[in-house]
Design a protein around this ligand. Structure first.
Ligand code: IPE
Ligand code: IPE
Ligand code: MG
Ligand code: MG
Length: 343
């Protein structure tokens, strides 16, 4: 098995991505080299925390998007590689902070950083990784790239806080669920694609198209993440099932499930949610209902709509250039994977 494939959870995302993995292997190896170096610190625990998560793998989807977006717009180069590393560092920071916020104990199949080192150190490690990402970007010196990533960091924070603001609120709307997904997840994917294009010096129109592609893909990705929280197994998703609602997060599939209950039932759930009284048994019950009544399929079809829009964005920007055609096919395959994935 190839090096990059070994990095990802469960070895490989999906067999049909073998060709894109072959292409990504060399640049991703370079990205991994930068990541390892970037997290070295004279403070032992800092490096230990960062490597704990980085060496657990993960899909490395965002740096893959940066690399493929560069290929789509022209040719990958050394800037592409450092931007891809910065994107993954920022993603790693958000995961460490997110697990503190969500009180999640498992990440990438391992103990979450805060469960081993404590919340205080985990928060600082996340901050360290943000700063490290910006250090890499500052060394490159492109102020537009720095601005893009700074805005993205703000949006991730806004998404996480908006989610907290709406936690235990059973009246959250579908639109609000989608706004949370956009801010906390999709904007980083949008930026990953945009700065991939920017690394090649290609024109702003391609950067905007790929940014929009990444945003729509990211919303689809988060909806599927929310579906997997209800239907996956701990082995597949590397975290306990049903934890969103326990934490008060009324995600899109949960919103859709509540909407399809009869009124009397819905009122009981609304009361239980707003009283912070939901138990794991009740979440399992709602998950079963969602599975049996086609709610998860309905949520998947909303994700599919965003994925289709992502492909339209991509189509509009594609050219007859060989690299563009190749990258188009691979990004399309990744988009299909995002809506079908179980990891
Ligand atoms: C997890 O992202 C956080 C979300 C945005 C849902 P991934 O599922 O891409 O996490 P890794 O990097 O593969 O572990
Ligand atoms: C994902 O949040 C977005 C960020 C990490 C900022 P979630 O809380 O939905 O992600 P998981 O399910 O823990 O990976
Ligand atoms: Mg979480
Ligand atoms: Mg969260």
């Amino acid at each position: 098995m190839k090096g990059f494939q070994r990095l990802v959870l469960g070895a490989i995302w999906d067999e049909s991505l073998a060709e894109v993995f072959d292409f990504l292997e060399k640049p991703m190896r370079q990205v991994e080299g930068i990541l390892q170096k970037a997290v070295q610190s004279p403070v032992q625990d800092m490096t230990a925390m960062a490597l704990h998560l980085l060496s657990a793998g993960g899909k490395r989807l965002r740096p893959a998007l940066t690399i493929l977006s560069a290929q789509f717009a022209g040719e990958i180069n050394s800037r592409t590689i450092s931007f891809a590393a910065a994107v993954e560092l920022m993603h790693t920071a958000t995961l460490i902070h997110d697990d503190v916020i969500d009180k999640a104990e498992i990440r990438r199949g391992r103990a979450a950083v805060h469960t081993l080192w404590g919340n205080e150190a985990a928060v600082m490690c996340g901050d360290f990784l943000y700063a490290t990402a910006f250090n890499i970007l500052a060394r490159d010196g492109d102020i537009e790239v720095i601005r893009t990533m700074a805005r993205t960091s703000s949006q991730v924070c806004e998404g996480e806080v908006l989610e907290l603001q709406l936690a235990f609120n059973p009246n959250i709307t579908e639109l609000q669920c989608l706004e949370i997904a956009r801010l906390k997840t999709a904007e980083l994917m949008a930026a990953a694609c945009k700065i991939g294009v920017m690394s090649t010096g290609a024109d702003g129109q391609i950067a905007s198209a790929l940014e929009s592609f990444g945003r729509n893909l990211g919303i689809a990705f988060q909806i599927i993440d929310d579906v997997l929280d209800l239907e996956g197994s701990v082995e597949e998703i590397g975290k306990p099932v049903g934890s969103d609602l326990i934490e008060g997060k009324v995600t899109l599939p949960i919103r859709l499930a509540l909407d399809s209950l009869d009124e009397r039932e819905r009122e009981i759930w609304v009361k239980r949610i707003s009283e912070h009284a939901i138990t794991p048994g009740e979440v399992a019950e709602l998950a079963k209902f969602a599975k049996e009544h086609g709610i998860l399929e309905k949520a998947r079809s909303v994700a599919k709509k965003f994925a289709d829009q992502a492909l339209t964005d991509l189509q509009l920007a594609s050219t007859n250039h060989e690299n563009s055609k190749q990258a188009f096919a691979w990004l399309k395959r990744i988009t299909q994977f995002v809506v079908q994935r179980r990891i």
